[in-house]
Design a binder for this molecule. Structure first.
Ligand code: ADP
Length: 299
């Protein structure tokens, strides 16, 4: 395992920001860490990277226990914090050389050149950091996070504040880097998880509420939505007589009916149509979006 978190707890004063969470991430996985603001994502990431201590529980990175002074685990981890601190007066290459020296990287010139290329900073490499757009600053942050070739990459909201074009660029870059590293990436953007991640861990109020592949979360949702079109007129209140239906919406020529998952809504709708002499033209289960699943799990 690249990352193993067991019974992790973090108190700030009396408040449990992280309340007994456990998960592990295999080498090579890209895992999305999802949750509303204040759920405990940053706190968990700061503990994994050794920035702050936990209150209790254990965290191992590459089979070594993480603690605040551990130089061994820091060598294995690349970290891009949420508010990426950069020295704005330094030149791009100068900044990477500065970070590289901290890690005592041999052949630093060569390594910096490779990093600039790997994150697509060639055109901007002679600028000062303060002159870079937000998208390029994130690229630079990523280059600094991987300059010591860590096995594990922890990215806290890596795409927040980027415009749609920059966003696509950074996502592609994370995917590319993720081919050879283990990545834990926090976000509250569902499309991001769908675009990049193999697996999703959802945290809410300091507790893990889901840990699975995105498609499994969608399939195992507690609710089911069915789209149905009838031949002939029918009203909302008539449809409301189907006992299993909990929500009704009109969409185009048909209806979206929502009910609890478990008893297939389609059967109830078909029976209702038969009993009321209605002809069903179309009926299908609608895939639940990850966004809906997220809302169900974190409300
Ligand atoms: P997220 O990253 O999911 O938005 P955080 O880990 O930043 O969540 O915060 C979790 C909870 O801990 C929040 O209620 C936040 O206000 C609180 N918190 C975070 N950092 C501190 C701190 N340094 N001191 C006190 N409370 C904090």
């Amino acid at each position: 395992m690249s990352i193993e978190v067991k019974n992790l707890v973090k108190y700030y004063g009396n408040q449990a920001a992280v309340n007994d969470i456990s998960f592990s991430i295999k080498k090579g996985e890209i895992v999305g860490f999802l949750g509303p603001n204040g759920a405990g994502k940053s706190t968990t990431m700061k503990i994994i990277t050794g920035f702050i201590p936990s209150s209790s529980g254990t965290v191992n990175v590459c089979s070594m226990p993480v603690d605040v002074d551990s130089m061994d685990t820091r060598q294995k981890i690349g970290y891009l914090p949420e508010h990426n601190p950069l020295y704005l007066d330094m030149y791009v290459r100068e900044y990477l050389e500065f970070v590289g020296k901290i890690y005592k990287i041999p052949n630093l010139n060569e390594r910096v050149k490779n990093m600039v290329k790997a994150v697509g900073l060639e055109v901007e490499q002679n600028k000062k950091v303060g002159q870079l757009s937000k998208g390029y600053r994130q690229r630079l942050g990523l280059a600094a996070a991987i300059i010591h070739d860590p096995e594990v990459l922890i990215l806290d909201e890596p795409t927040s504040g980027l415009d749609p074009n920059q966003l696509v660029g950074i996502r592609d870059l994370i995917k590319e880097i993720g081919k050879s590293k283990t990545v834990l990436l926090s976000t509250h953007i569902m499309q991001e998880v769908e675009a990049i991640c193999d697996r999703v861990i959802i945290i809410n109020r300091g507790k893990i509420v889901a840990d699975d592949k995105a498609e499994n979360l969608q399939l195992n949702s507690s609710k089911q939505t069915v789209y149905v079109e009838f031949d002939g007129n029918i009203t909302k209140s008539q449809l409301g007589k189907i006992a299993a239906v909990t929500k009704i919406e009109t969409v185009g020529n048909g209806w979206l009916l929502e009910g609890q998952n478990g008893n297939d809504l389609r059967k109830e709708v078909a029976e209702y149509a038969r009993d009321n002499g209605l002809l069903v033209l179309t009926m299908r289960i609608e895939e639940r979006s990850l966004e809906e699943v997220f809302k169900e799990l974190t409300k």
